[in-house]
Design a protein around this ligand. Structure first.
Ligand code: MG
Length: 385
């Protein structure tokens, strides 16, 4: 019998983590859960651990350690707490693949640690590559570690280039749904509420990425993510709005041929492919039916209304620590929007302000990213006061 793949899921209680466990539950002969981690959701972490029997779990919020320990000790599951445990847990010998499904900047250090230990990464935490793409990809190259994209657009591109690794990509075209406010102008968006912004037309996702989708920052972050994953120049990445979310992205090769990957919007597919590459396992997911989608449409993104996308391209072109600034300012802006402290359009103002004022570092190392992140968060908070 084939050896099972032992998976560490960093962030198992979020949207990606729970869907990854659905994939694992559907293929019990293929996967074994080795590690689960959660920030605060102790109840779900306990429930998942009793069902999937990981070797180790980490609850990042140390105040919840006793609760998780008491629930899992009778099941002979080792329990650790805190940021440090989260960063180092994926380095265990028994881990074959690390799924990083943490939200935001918090994913950076655990991903770096996993790469240091030579573990292949299924990357759902796009902010890791936005913040420190150069550092993370060069470390992965040095260690011979593969990074498999989980983000649906990047999975689409990856699926298009399987078997084409030697062929030059002329450009990639990332599709964007356009979010709930597609077609709206700035004056119609001034009073948007978080409830409206949290209603995504096609995808069910966590709050952070859903707000980022409504502002098009998500696509901006994905442009930067794609640059690093596929070794492209900024001008080789384009965005097209495709409201049906069926074509998940496209690759144009140097002979002019374009390949696309299609399917219903269901994150379980890219999650599964990242965990099983190069194999494709049979699924019972709903199949795409052309008669239900008589037209697939494409249009230019409106970067005057959705300034975040233009700001992300600017950060990518300026390089250095600018994408890190963009990301930190945006994380603060989204957090405050979710607390009704800033308006929908003001989120872009905060990002633009931070990009204009934070000191530029051309060739940042890890410590520079940490400092830039900290400095930007302070500046962003000042913009709000
Ligand atoms: Mg995506």
């Amino acid at each position: 019998m084939k050896e099972k793949k032992h998976i560490a899921i960093l962030g198992s209680t979020g949207s990606i983590g729970t869907q990854a466990l659905e994939v694992i539950a559907a293929h019990p002969d293929y996967f074994e859960v080795e590690v689960l981690t959660a920030q605060n959701n102790a109840d779900l972490l306990i429930q998942q651990s009793i069902k999937f029997k990981p070797n180790v779990v980490v609850i990042v919020n140390e105040l919840l350690y006793d609760k998780v320990f008491e629930a899992l000790d009778p099941h002979h599951i080792k329990v650790f707490a805190g940021e440090r445990a989260l960063a180092s847990v994926s380095q265990m010998d028994s881990v074959d693949l690390v799924l990083t499904a943490l939200v935001g900047y918090s994913g950076l250090l655990p991903t770096i640690k996993a790469i240091e230990a030579g573990k292949p990464i299924a990357l759902a935490n796009k902010e890791t590559l936005v913040v420190a793409g150069e550092l993370v990809t060069s470390m992965a190259r040095e260690k011979g570690v593969n990074i498999y994209p989980v983000d649906s657009e990047h999975s689409a591109i990856f699926q298009c280039i399987v078997g084409e690794f030697e062929n030059k990509i002329e450009k990639i075209i990332l599709t964007a749904s356009g979010g709930p406010f597609r077609g709206k102008k700035r004056d119609e968006l001034v009073n948007v509420t978080k409830a409206q912004a949290l209603k995504h037309p096609n995808w069910t996702m966590g709050a952070k990425v859903t707000i980022d989708s409504a502002t098009l920052m998500n696509k901006g972050l994905e442009v930067i993510e794609a640059k690093w994953l596929f070794g492209l120049k900024p001008e080789e990445v384009e965005v097209v709005v495709h409201p049906q979310s069926i074509v998940h992205s496209l690759v144009q090769f140097q002979d002019g041929s374009i390949k696309a990957q299609l399917g219903l919007p269901d994150m379980r597919l890219p999650i599964q492919f990242a965990m099983t590459y190069p194999e494709r396992l049979k699924t019972d997911f709903e199949r795409f039916d052309f008669t239900k989608y008589p037209s697939l449409t494409f249009e230019q993104p409106d970067t005057e209304t959705f300034r975040n996308l233009a700001l992300a391209f600017e950060a990518l072109k300026r390089g250095g620590n600018m994408p890190c600034v963009l990301n930190a300012a945006n994380e603060v802006a989204v957090e405050e929007f979710l607390k009704d402290k800033v308006g929908f359009l003001e989120m872009s103002d905060i990002v633009a302000n931070c990009m204009a004022k934070t000191s530029f570092v051309a060739n940042p190392g890890y410590e520079d990213y940490v400092a830039t992140d900290r400095e930007t968060r302070i500046r962003a908070a000042e913009c709000i006061r």
